[in-house]
Design a binder for this molecule. Structure first.
Ligand code: WTA
Length: 648
């Protein structure tokens, strides 16, 4: 951590877009940015209505915003279909036969789907969904690898008004079960398997296990990807390709209320239970479209590659809805960046002429570790713009990305946002904003972001505080599925009418935002949000564990590594074998990304008198810092002494 802070101080260079880039960009100067930004803050409804007007509405709205804090309705009275906007509206012009998706499988297969073809596949699958009982409003759980069918399934749900909930294919069967139960999904879409680092991931088998303990799922539609043997349960499981024989490709897009739910996406919070973040149709799509257009400055000839999995919000907004609504060509790759060699990404960029690359700092740090020789083997001159998302990007990684991948000529858009915000909120405009490595720079149009202290007072330049948003925006979450009270408390409970992001940040004298990380009990491991409480409850569910406390430790590659302090039940013995078992157990309960990197057995955990585990102290221990701050409420000082001595 201290290393990063030091380097922030060292990296003082500011990178301006080239004149050439600015000239061609939609927003070509800071003066233009400021003019539109100020107008958009004075009258956000006007700005957003103009953006929404660029989409196809089956019925125009009667009111732009209905805001009864913290509940927002955007484009009230309007009817719209997200799938129609991503597909049908491009079919009447020259985009009809343009590539919508260019896909490469990990084993090397290639597929290109034009807008016409993608539209056709979506209509077929929408009819398959209907044939299998899916209706408007039903929840459909999607558990697929990064194959075009993942996008097809999402858009097919959107087409008929079914609500998709995509579960990352790296999650375990327990995670699938929890999400089925919470969302009340009645249909699951999966594949026999997927490829990852040359191995087959047993997706259907995970679904089978999840369904053993879950009620309500009536049908499972299985796409054949890997061709390995799977169990088909008669009456419940059907093959995608067989079903396709029974339906036509005729499926008009359902007119849906602007506020009709589009998807639920689960994300970690500070409690043990992931939250079902609910997004709706008209506002979300407008925001996806506008941010894609301005921030990635998309053009007809671009090949846009967002490397995120569709299981995360980035894959929702910037693999599927944003770029497709903007009529862009999207690259999609199924597998690992280092398979079969660490140059896979660079080979893909050269092979397909990718022009925009949007990836995560954790990936960039891995590329740095693998060495410059890998990108050097390929022609990356097609790239014109780079992007970063998921966690703060350290200036070293930024500079490496800029020089080694971008050849010094590509602006980098460091985009700050969250599952809850739905879309990018703070980001450079690539043709306008002078870039400072490590800063997400300035808010997007209509986004009223600020930094405040614990009393909600805006702080001065370079003072740390909480990142808040003071006005509703169309892409915002509408609620936590099935839990309005938690929604209100979690995001809007601290200051009246103000959204609290849960991130700590500061603004410098130029108004640039520097996000430093989470202030709640949420870790950011390799760009993925993990609640400490989630990992703790997974650990405690093991028969040997009495109590667990999980904290993050700064990690060069992953941003944060997961460290677990564990006390054992009577009779259980601490050992390396047990630590391995517990790691595996967490992998089974949540998924491999949640496995603790380090398990430390302890006799007891430091607690306050009211019994709260003092994670702050544990954090200082794993960071190797001296214990500072208030320890007077610590129940038993000996505990602390003991934990420290173990660490030495
Ligand atoms: C962090 C991912 C700094 C932040 C889109 C946020 C970032 C959390 C950035 C959301 C960035 C994301 N700079 N921090 N450019 N982007 N974060 O919901 O802590 O998976 O609250 O959404 O990631 O993670 P989520």
């Amino acid at each position: 951590m201290s290393k990063t802070i030091e380097s922030l101080l060292v990296e003082k260079r500011v990178f301006k877009p080239s004149r050439e880039f600015s000239k061609a960009a939609r927003i070509g100067s800071m003066a233009e940015y400021r003019k539109i930004y100020e107008a958009s803050i004075r009258n956000p409804e006007k700005f957003w209505a103009a953006e929404a007007s660029e989409l196809v509405w089956q019925k125009r709205w009667s009111k732009v915003l209905d805001w009864k804090a913290p509940f927002a309705k955007w484009f009230v009275g309007g009817k719209i279909n997200a799938s129609e906007n991503c597909l049908d509206r491009h079919l009447s012009g020259p985009r009809r036969n343009k590539a919508a998706l260019i896909w490469e499988g990990e084993p090397g297969e290639r597929r290109t789907l034009t807008f016409h073809q993608l539209h056709r596949e979506v209509c077929v699958f929408a009819n398959i969904l209907k044939r299998n009982g899916a209706k408007k409003g039903d929840r459909v759980l999607i558990y697929l690898p990064m194959i075009p069918e993942a996008v097809v399934a999402m858009l097919a749900c959107a087409r008929i008004g079914a609500v998709h909930t995509v579960v990352f294919a790296g999650f375990s069967s327990d995670s699938i079960r929890d999400r089925i139960q919470d969302s009340g999904a009645t249909l699951v879409v999966t594949a026999d398997g997927g490829y990852r680092r040359g191995q087959v991931v047993t997706l259907k088998q995970n679904v089978d296990q999840a369904l053993e303990g879950a009620r309500g799922v009536k049908k499972v539609i299985v796409f054949r990807r890997t061709n390995q043997d799977i169990h088909i349960k008669p009456g419940r499981d059907v093959w995608w390709h067989r079903e396709a024989e029974y339906v036509t490709a005729d499926c008009p897009a359902e007119p849906l209320d602007s506020e009709h739910p589009l998807f639920i996406l689960y994300t970690s919070g500070s409690t043990g239970k992931p939250k079902g973040i609910l997004h709706t149709t008209g506002g979300y799509l407008t925001s996806c479209y506008a941010t894609s257009k301005y921030i990635f400055d998309l053009r007809e000839e671009d090949v846009f590659w967002c490397t995120a999995d569709v299981g995360w919000v980035t894959g929702h907004s910037y693999v599927t809805y944003g770029p497709l609504a903007a009529g862009a060509t999207c690259m999609m790759y199924e597998g690992a960046p280092n398979w079969p060699q660490p140059d896979r990404f660079w080979k893909i960029i050269a092979d397909y002429g990718v022009t925009i690359l949007y990836t995560a700092p954790t990936a960039i740090r891995a590329f740095i570790k693998w060495g410059k020789e890998w990108p050097a083997k390929h022609d990356l001159s097609s790239l014109r713009l780079l992007g970063s998302v998921g966690e703060p990007i350290n200036p070293e990684a930024w500079i490496w990305y800029h020089e080694t991948i971008g050849g010094g000529r590509c602006p980098i858009v460091d985009t700050w946002w969250q599952t809850e915000t739905g879309v990018i909120m703070i980001s450079p405009f690539p043709g306008a904003t002078p870039l400072k490595p490590g800063s997400a720079t300035l808010p997007f149009f209509g986004v009223d972001a600020a930094i405040v202290d614990d009393h909600g007072r805006e702080v001065g330049a370079d003072q740390g505080g909480k990142l808040i948003i003071r006005k509703p925006w169309p892409g915002m979450l509408r609620t936590i599925y099935g839990d309005k009270a938690r929604y209100r408390k979690q995001y809007w409970g601290e200051f009246k009418g103000v959204y609290v992001a849960g991130d700590g940040a500061r603004r410098d004298k130029d108004g640039y935002f520097w996000v430093v990380g989470r202030i709640d009990d949420v870790l950011n491991v390799a760009g993925h949000r993990l609640g400490t409480a989630e990992v703790e409850s997974a650990l405690v569910s093991h028969e040997t564990v009495a109590e667990a406390a999980v904290v993050g430790r700064p990690d060069e590659l992953k941003g944060q590594a997961v460290v677990a302090f564990v006390t054992l039940r009577e009779g259980a013995k601490a050992s390396k074998e047990l630590a391995d078992k517990l790691r595996k157990h967490v992998g089974t309960v949540i998924g491999p990304i949640a496995k603790p990197d380090d398990i430390r057995f302890a006799e007891a955990l430091p607690k306050t008198r009211s019994g709260k585990i003092m994670r702050r102290l544990l954090k200082q221990i794993v960071e190797g810092a001296n214990i500072t701050g208030d320890t007077t409420t610590l129940e038993d000082f000996r505990v602390l002494a003991e934990l420290r001595s173990r660490d030495d």
